[in-house]
Design a protein around this ligand. Structure first.
Ligand SMILES: Cc1cc2nc3c(=O)[nH]c(=O)nc-3n(C[C@H](O)[C@H](O)[C@H](O)COP(=O)(O)O)c2cc1C
Length: 374
């Protein structure tokens, strides 16, 4: 079904207003599709959209996002930006769109690689853009650079209501939908919420992407309690002095998404980074704060984060919790404690004799982050 002109009515979409203090109704799980007006590369992201009228919405994309970059480019050339919103698509494509992949890689291609078969695309009715062919609802519109309206406040993943921000206004002129379309939605909030579960899977997806760019990284973990992006724990195969700092700096510039990671903790590869007890031990036993903590002031900062003094500008901290090697230290390191292998083997042999036969040690999960997928 194709709806255009005065028939167009965004209120036919069952948008939600998740918290009582929210500034309006929102679309939370739509694919926002734009194109680079110079290279033609599409960008697909998941960004919150606020209903402003029956035919308009504001889009809440952070300045590092692909859609924001496309709008800046269109504005430089004095052009309107074409924009399509696809609703009710395969969750696999939503995951691909929410994955912070390198900017020159098309999310369609990535979704195909990720899902094992190409994404079937269909041309929009009125725009030079493509959307998943199986979308339930598609909205087609344009943004005139500079045309903004206040967006927010909305409860977000930080666990607070965000501020009100002037955001680009999308004017829609066409809606297509299937008969009895299925609508997908979600809502944000302090973890654990659905988005935190998506982030667990995302962590798995971008570990290889990160390792490709920073080869010494052996593992990488974004704890849910740190909002799945504010703090990163990285383990490295340390081979030379200063390498932990190099890994932290390389991490911050590996993907635009990591711009907003405030804390990076680097540990040796023998630390299980999903076990907070091991990470806290590494920090406690291997860090001299005067040497191993470094702070970069006045860097780009998540505008939704109230912790910084200035909106969008704040510091970040790296902690080198790796074992120090010369010339990082002149202080000779002690030998690590290990049990005598002969004694350990004997204890295991005589376990039943000690009356402990019923104790299954495998049941004791040393991983406190019990939500982490195996
Ligand atoms: C449910 C959900 C809501 C999101 N909302 C926003 C948002 O409002 N603004 C934003 O900039 N990113 C939001 N994101 C994150 C982006 O979708 C994600 O970082 C994506 O990789 C951005 O794509 P891009 O780098 O191609 O712009 C959201 C992600 C999810 C899963």
């Amino acid at each position: 079904m194709v709806i255009q002109g005065s028939e167009l009515d965004l209120d036919k979409i069952p948008m939600i207003r998740p918290y009582f203090g929210d500034g309006g109704k929102i679309v939370t799980l739509g694919l926002v599709i734009t194109k680079d007006c110079e290279t033609g590369t599409p960008n697909v992201g998941v960004y919150r959209l606020q209903r402003q009228s029956k035919t308009t919405m504001t889009v809440h994309w952070l300045s590092v996002r692909g859609g924001a970059r496309h709008l800046r480019k269109a504005a430089e050339r004095g052009k309107k930006l074409e924009i399509a919103i696809a609703l009710g698509v395969d969750p696999l494509i939503i995951m691909a769109a929410a994955t912070p992949i390198p900017v020159d890689l098309s999310e369609w291609l990535f979704a195909g690689l990720y899902g094992g078969s190409g994404v079937q695309l269909a041309k929009c009715k009125t725009l030079d853009l493509e959307v998943p062919a199986d979308s339930e609802i598609v909205l087609e519109g344009t943004i005139s650079p500079g045309e903004m309206l206040p967006d927010g406040p909305f409860g977000d993943h930080m666990g607070y209501y965000g501020g009100v921000e002037d955001s680009p206004l999308i004017r829609f002129h066409c809606m297509t939908h299937r008969k009895d379309p299925i609508y997908l939605t979600t809502f944000s909030g302090r973890p654990p919420k659905e988005e935190a579960m998506m982030a667990i899977a995302l962590n798995r997806i971008y570990t290889p992407i990160l390792r490709q760019q920073v080869s010494e990284i052996t593992d990488f973990f974004l704890p849910m309690e740190a909002l799945s992006y504010k703090a990163a724990i990285i383990s490295i195969d340390k081979a030379y002095p200063g390498q932990a700092k190099r890994a932290a700096l390389a991490f911050w510039s590996a993907l635009p998404q990591f711009t907003y990671t405030k804390f990076v903790i680097v540990v040796d590869k023998d630390i299980n980074i999903r076990d907070p007890r091991q990470v806290v031990w590494a920090i406690s036993s291997k860090v001299d704060p005067s040497r191993d903590v470094f702070i970069l002031p006045e860097t780009p900062f998540d505008s939704l984060d109230f912790a910084s003094q200035k909106i969008g500008l704040g510091g970040r901290m790296g902690i080198d919790a790796t074992t120090k090697i010369p010339p990082e230290t002149e202080h000779e390191w002690g030998a690590p404690l290990e049990s005598d292998p002969d004694v350990a083997a004997m204890v295991e042999r005589r376990w039943a004799e000690y009356g402990l036969a019923d104790l299954d040690l495998k049941e004791v999960d040393p991983n406190l982050f019990g939500y982490e997928m195996k």
